[in-house]
Design a protein around this ligand. Structure first.
Ligand code: GAL
Length: 695
């Protein structure tokens, strides 16, 4: 794994650039992202281009041996663009124009703005496409950030009507698909269709889902236009985009089909304080982030571009945008780096090089203070880079357990430069092998978001994260897959957001089950709606009933403090809340709730889990599923996490107290009393990392 940083040469005097570049190299950084917000300096007025400064900036970085990821500047159209196209701005749900004065002020459906983007991207790609420093291009910046996936502009309306025409062909088919006979919502022509906003009460969920799909497709189209131009003029370079955390407003799997690498922007503390509604989590993980928060996204984005993924922006210290912006505990920046390595990142790039003394993000930390002195994160990043280089230089074969008499338990091995596991290409990573797959569907997630079946406290994405977290607590590697990904080689497949009844996925699950004997678990809502938001004719779970004979005849939601306990004949119980389904089945359930509704149906290794378990119950159930699937695991508790990558296994302590690895891991998870550590010690303090060679 390489490390890098996001750099804004246009923010600093040119005389400083060479010193910055030299200092980046000294810190061990090698990949520098630049340019993504620089349009007003690249084209000061319409057609008035100034590319020489960017050339000099790239040359300066190149002179230090640094590689460059060049961002296209389309997230920040300059002010003159608005004089040219006053109607290019997006419109929010209240009909307000999302005006100039920050960023992302454009509507994805504005054709003339898209043409301007094509023009500037072509200019940049032609000029810099074959520069030897450039290894990749980033398209735009964080599609959808600041709620910009959706626009209710006139341009969006016109484009949506055309999109509907293409999808449904004639208006009667649309009326039938959406069930518009309900409340006399039928249209006579596509020109009558409005956007699902501003209705007296909620808009038709079919209409909302169609608009979600349309908005996602507009982003795919916008992104593809840039990718095509870059590929034409900059052969051999990766094309990437930086996705966000906890963000599901468009289908990232669809956008990723046009990318070489999925990258994402990781702000663990910001995400915790902004997005995690659990007060206990907020307190416990304030300065470390949730132990599975980064891991979930690493695993999710690893599934987007055939395993290739980067962290494009990594939190270095307090940020500026969450309700609270705490400083990470000492060591955390280094830990996040090792964690990304463990999940297969090719690149860990920090945001940003130097704190800006001006504008919206002037309280956002960087690797340097605004005066240019080094900040805490810079020291941790330099340490990480030294350790990464060390580990890459160890001979893995010599370090297998018991093979190296010179290495005492707990002692770091001597360097052997004869064998190296470091990357060969500019960017590549070791393989991550997982026996567990979670299938994540963005459209399925949208279906649940549109009409929350689990009540107002239920979050479909949040539940999927809890399922992932429960697997992680057993020490397992997890892949998160798109619904059309290959299921080969998995022993346990968890389906927790595939609300859309998807016969193709069902057929592939069936063959994975028959041929690999894998265990499958389906969670509430699976297959409960057609792609047009109708209940399947045969009732939920639709085609999934081919996997086991269950039929959902009722679904209820209750407040999260309402605990529903299911008990089995063996006296064991599980606690659930939020959402529960009543199942009709020839299978005897493993447990029953007090009112006799069954809970947890299983036949030949296919499970239907028809309620939302609380965390202890979910973790216990996951332990059983792992065991059924023959996956070794050990309950690591809330703080300790581990991940296997290539020949290595790593352990991370997110908790406030030291962890004894010998006690917590016993002789499991590739760890034994005589396992030598490459990094760290057997007593793992808070925010500390251990690395060893796995079996
Ligand atoms: C990201 C964004 C960056 C910067 C950063 C601050 O969302 O891509 O440009 O704003 O947040 O944390």
């Amino acid at each position: 794994m390489k490390t890098g940083v996001c750099y804004y040469p246009e923010h600093w005097p040119e005389e400083r650039w060479a010193r910055d570049a030299a200092q980046m190299r000294e810190m061990g950084l090698s990949v520098i992202r630049i340019g993504e917000f620089a349009w007003s300096r690249l084209e000061t007025r319409d057609g008035s281009l100034h590319l020489d400064w960017l050339q000099r900036a790239i040359d300066t970085l190149h002179a230090e041996g640094l590689s460059v990821v060049l961002g296209t500047p389309t997230a920040t159209p300059p002010r003159w663009m608005l004089d040219k196209y006053p109607d290019m701005l997006a419109v929010d749900a209240d009909g307000r124009i999302r005006d100039f004065g920050s960023r992302r002020h454009y509507c994805f459906s504005h054709e003339a703005y898209l043409a301007e983007c094509r023009r500037i991207v072509e200019i940049l790609a032609k000029r810099f496409g074959e520069h030897p420093a450039i290894i990749a291009w980033q398209t735009d910046n964080e599609y959808g950030c600041h709620s910009t996936s959706i626009s209710y502009s006139e341009h969006a309306l016109a484009a949506f009507r055309r999109w509907c025409e293409t999808r449904y062909g004639d208006i009667d088919s649309l009326n039938t698909a959406w069930g518009n006979v309900f409340w006399s919502m039928e249209y006579d022509s596509f020109e009558q269709i409005g956007l699902p906003v501003g209705n007296v009460t909620e808009s038709n969920p079919s209409h909302q889902l169609a608009f979600w799909r349309f908005s996602s497709d507009q982003i795919v189209r916008f992104n593809r236009a840039q990718c095509d131009i870059i590929r034409e003029h900059s052969p051999g370079r990766d094309v990437v985009h930086n996705f966000m955390g906890n963000f599901v407003e468009f289908d990232h799997h669809d956008v990723s089909k046009d990318l070489d690498v999925a990258t994402w922007d990781n702000y663990p503390l910001g995400f915790l304080t902004r997005d995690n509604g659990d007060a206990g989590d907020q307190e416990r993980y304030l300065r470390t982030g949730h132990p599975d928060g980064s891991a979930f996204h690493h695993d999710l984005y690893r599934g987007c571009c055939n395993g290739r993924w980067w962290v494009m922006e990594q939190q270095p210290g307090p940020v500026n945008w969450a309700p609270y912006n705490p400083a990470p505990v000492a060591g955390m920046v280094r830990l996040w780096g090792w964690e990304a390595f463990a999940h297969g990142a090719e690149l860990m790039s920090y945001f940003r090089w130097r704190q800006a003394p001006f504008a919206q993000e002037h309280t956002h930390t960087g690797l340097l203070l605004s005066n240019g002195d080094t900040d805490v994160a810079a020291r941790e990043v330099a340490e990480l880079n030294r350790e990464l280089a060390d580990v890459a230089s160890f001979s893995v074969d010599d370090l297998r357990r018991n093979d190296n008499p010179d290495v005492e338990p707990g002692q770091t091995a001597a360097t052997d430069s004869s064998v190296t596991n470091s990357t060969e290409r500019v960017l590549s990573a070791l393989p991550v092998h997982s026996k567990i797959a979670i299938i994540f569907s963005y459209a399925g997630n949208a279906i649940q978001d549109i009409q929350l079946p689990g009540g107002s406290t239920y979050s479909p994405l949040g539940f999927c994260q809890r399922v992932h977290s429960a697997c992680r607590q057993w020490g397992a590697n997890v892949d998160i897959l798109s619904p059309d990904a290959s299921l080969d080689g998995y022993s346990l497949i968890l389906v927790c957001s595939s609300t859309e009844d998807d016969p193709d996925l069902v057929a592939r699950l069936q063959s994975a089950h028959q041929q690999q004997g894998c265990v499958i678990a389906l969670f509430p809502g699976t297959g409960s709606r057609s792609g047009e938001y109708r209940i399947p004719d045969a009732l939920p779970p639709g085609h999934y009933a081919q996997l086991l004979p269950v039929q959902i005849i009722r679904s209820e939601s209750v407040p999260s403090q309402e605990v529903l306990t299911a008990t089995g004949s063996n006296g064991r119980s599980r606690h659930c809340s939020q959402w529960r389904e009543e199942v009709r089945s020839s299978i005897e359930p493993r447990m029953r709730f007090a009112d006799d509704w069954g809970f947890h149906y299983e036949q030949h290794g296919v499970h239907y889990i028809n309620a939302i378990p609380d965390s202890p119950s979910l973790i216990a159930m996951m332990g059983e599923l792992l065991q059924d699937a023959g996956i070794a695991g050990r309950d690591l508790g809330p703080w300790l996490r581990t991940q296997r990558i290539g020949p290595y296994r790593l352990a991370f302590n997110f908790g406030p107290r030291p962890v004894e690895l010998d006690k917590e891991l016993g002789s499991t998870l590739d760890f034994h009393h005589d396992t030598p550590l490459l990094v760290g010690s057997r007593t793992l303090d808070q925010a500390q990392v251990a690395v060893w060679v796995a079996e």
